[in-house]
Design a binder for this molecule. Structure first.
Ligand SMILES: Cc1cc2nc3c(=O)[nH]c(=O)nc-3n(C[C@H](O)[C@H](O)[C@H](O)COP(=O)(O)O)c2cc1C
Length: 464
C-alpha cells in the first residue's frame, strides 16, 4: 500500500501564529476569535471533515524581543501574542470529534514534571487517548525572565534537564499505578488497591518527586511523545524519546538529511526506526486556477509584516537582524550557534539552497518566502506536496494556514480529494487511540523498544 501522509493542522491559541501581519486580511477573524470556544469547536469539526490526524498546538511562554532589542514589533502585530493556554480548548474540541487528536506543546524548562504529568493524564482521559505532548525546551529569553531566571539556561543543558524530566514523567505514567489498581470492590469496601499504587521516589540532579501520580492510568498512559528541535542535541533527544518529531528545513533534501539522522540514531538506542514518525512544515496557497492562487499570494504578500517575521526569526534564532550596518549587508550570512534554537538560523545559512548574503537573508523575510510556500492550482499543489513527501522522507506535515479558516477550507476542498485519489491520504480514520492510529504496536501504550516502557510495573499489555 502507498505510504500515506499524516496531517496535522499547525495551530496556536494565540492571536496570530506564523501569518505575520495577516490579521489585516479581510477574511480572517482569528485574531479576535482565538479566545472563543466556538472558534475552536468549529475548527475541530472542519479538521475532522478533512480527515486531519491532529491539531498541533505550538506554544511560547514569553514575548519575542531579540529583534531591535524590543517587544514592540511582536506586540504590535500580535506575533504569537496574546497567547492563551492551549490545554483548555482541547476537551471542547474532543467533545465534537471522534478521531481528531491533539498535540500540545509544553516546555520542560519551566513547568515542573509532576503537574505536567497530571495535565496530560487528564487530557488523555478526557479525549479517550487522543493526546500527544510536544516536548520543547524553549528559546525565548523573556520566558526565562518570566520564570525567575536572569538568563536562559544554556541550550544543551536544557536538553539534559529535559532528559531527566522525561524519566520522572515515565515513572509517573508507567510505574506509579499498576493495571487493575482500581478494584471497586463493594464487598470489601475497597475502591483502589493501595498495594498497586506506588510512590516513584525520584531523586535526581534537577527533580525530586515522591509520588504517587495523582491520576489513574489513562488509555495511552504516556501520551504520544512529540518533539520539536533540529539541533544536534535536539536530534539526539528525539532519537531517544520521540515517537513523532517535528523538524525544520528549507528544502526537502535538507529535511531528508535530518530524518535519516534521527532514524539512524534511534537504531543506536535500540529502537525500531519505524516507530518514529517525522513531520515538517507545509504552507500552501491554492486557488481553483493558478491565476487565482497567484492573486491570493500577491494580496497576502502585500499585507505581510516583515517586522513581525524578523521578530520571530530573532527570538527563535538569537540573531538580531536589526544590527547589521550598511557595509555588512554584502557579507555572507553565516551560521552561529546561539543559546536560542537551531532551525530558523540554519534555514537561512547552512541549510539554505544557496549561500546568502546578509541582504539576501533579510530580503527573504520582507515578504512571504516563495521558496517555502506552494502556490498553484489544486493539481500543481498536490504534485508539489507529493514531491516533498517522497524526497524528504517524512511521514507527514504540520500544515500552516495563512488565513484562518479560509486556507484550511481551500485545502480540504481542493487538495485533499486529489491526494485521496492518488492513495496518498486516508479516506477514513483508523479506530483507536492516537498511538494506535499512528502505529501498529498492537496496543495503546508505549512499545517495548521505547525507553519509557522500561519503567513499567505490573502492566498486562501486549506489545509488538
Ligand atoms: C519545527 C520546530 C518547531 C518548534 N516549535 C516550538 C514551539 O512551539 N514552542 C517552543 O517553545 N519551542 C519550539 N521549538 C523549539 C524548541 O523550544 C526547542 O526545544 C529549542 O529551541 C531548541 O531547539 P533546537 O534543538 O532546534 O535548537 C520548535 C523547534 C522546531 C525545530
Amino acid at each position: 500500500m502507498t505510504k500515506q501522509i499524516i496531517l496535522n493542522a499547525f495551530e496556536m491559541t494565540s492571536a496570530m501564529h506564523n501569518s505575520h501581519g495577516l490579521w489585516k486580511h479581510a477574511d480572517t477573524k482569528r485574531h479576535r476569535q482565538y479566545k472563543d470556544l466556538e472558534y475552536w469547536i468549529e475548527l475541530a469539526k472542519l479538521l475532522e471533515k478533512g480527515k486531519f490526524d491532529a491539531v498541533f498546538f505550538a506554544d511560547v511562554l514569553g514575548v519575542y524581543d531579540t529583534y531591535k532589542k524590543s517587544k514592540e514589533p511582536s506586540i504590535r502585530d500580535g506575533l504569537q501574542f496574546p497567547v492563551n493556554d492551549g490545554a483548555f480548548v482541547i476537551p471542547a474540541m474532543a467533545s465534537v470529534t471522534k478521531h481528531l487528536s491533539f498535540a500540545l506543546t509544553v516546555s520542560t524548562t519551566y513547568e515542573p514534571p509532576f503537574g505536567n504529568a497530571r495535565r496530560f493524564s487528564t487530557l488523555d482521559h478526557l479525549t479517550k487517548g487522543r493526546i500527544a505532548w510536544n516536548v520543547v525546551t524553549s528559546y525565548l529569553p523573556n520566558a526565562a525572565r518570566n520564570f525567575g531566571l536572569k538568563d536562559m539556561i544554556k541550550h544543551d543543558k536544557r536538553y539534559d534537564i529535559a532528559d531527566e524530566y522525561l524519566a520522572v514523567s515515565y515513572k509517573l505514567w508507567e510505574a506509579s499505578w499498576e493495571d487493575g489498581a482500581v478494584v471497586e470492590d463493594r464487598g470489601k469496601g475497597v475502591l483502589i488497591d493501595s498495594s498497586k499504587v506506588h510512590e516513584i521516589n525520584h531523586s535526581g540532579e534537577y527533580f525530586d518527586v515522591e509520588g504517587p501520580h495523582l491520576s489513574e492510568p489513562s488509555l495511552q498512559r504516556t501520551p504520544v511523545i512529540y518533539q520539536a528541535g533540529t539541533s544536534p542535541r535536539g536530534r539526539a533527544f528525539a532519537a531517544k524519546h520521540a515517537e513523532c518529531v517535528f523538524v525544520g528545513g528549507p528544502t526537502p533534501e535538507r529535511v531528508r538529511h535530518y530524518t535519516e539522522d534521527i532514524r539512524k540514531q534511534a537504531t543506536s538506542y535500540g529502537r525500531n526506526p519505524d516507530h518514529i514518525k517525522i513531520f515538517t512544515f507545509l504552507t500552501v496557497i491554492v486557488g481553483k486556477t493558478k491565476e487565482e492562487a497567484e492573486e491570493k499570494f500577491a494580496e497576502l504578500n502585500r499585507l505581510w509584516s516583515a517586522d513581525a517575521a524578523k521578530a520571530q526569526f530573532g527570538g527563535a534564532s538569537g540573531y538580531n537582524l536589526d544590527e547589521y550596518t550598511e557595509e555588512e549587508l554584502n557579507n555572507p550570512f553565516e551560521f552561529k550557534k546561539t543559546e536560542h534554537g537551531h532551525y530558523k538560523a540554519a534555514a537561512l545559512t547552512k541549510d539554505a539552497s544557496k549561500k546568502l548574503s546578509v541582504k539576501e537573508a533579510l530580503d527573504r523575510l520582507e515578504g512571504l518566502d516563495r521558496e517555502n510556500i506552494i502556490v498553484g492550482n489544486p493539481k500543481e499543489v498536490a504534485d508539489r506536496i507529493q514531491y516533498q513527501f517522497e524526497v524528504s522522507g517524512v511521514d507527514g506535515f504540520n500544515l500552516n494556514h495563512l488565513v484562518t479558516p479560509a486556507s484550511l477550507v481551500d485545502f480540504i476542498e481542493l487538495v485533499v480529494p486529489i491526494l485521496q485519489d492518488r492513495g496518498l491520504y486516508k479516506t477514513g480514520y483508523k479506530e483507536g487511540s492516537l498511538r494506535e492510529k499512528l502505529f501498529d504496536h498492537g496496543s495503546s501504550v508505549l512499545p517495548i523498544d521505547h525507553p519509557g516502557s522500561k519503567y513499567r510495573k505490573g502492566i498486562q499489555t501486549v506489545n509488538r
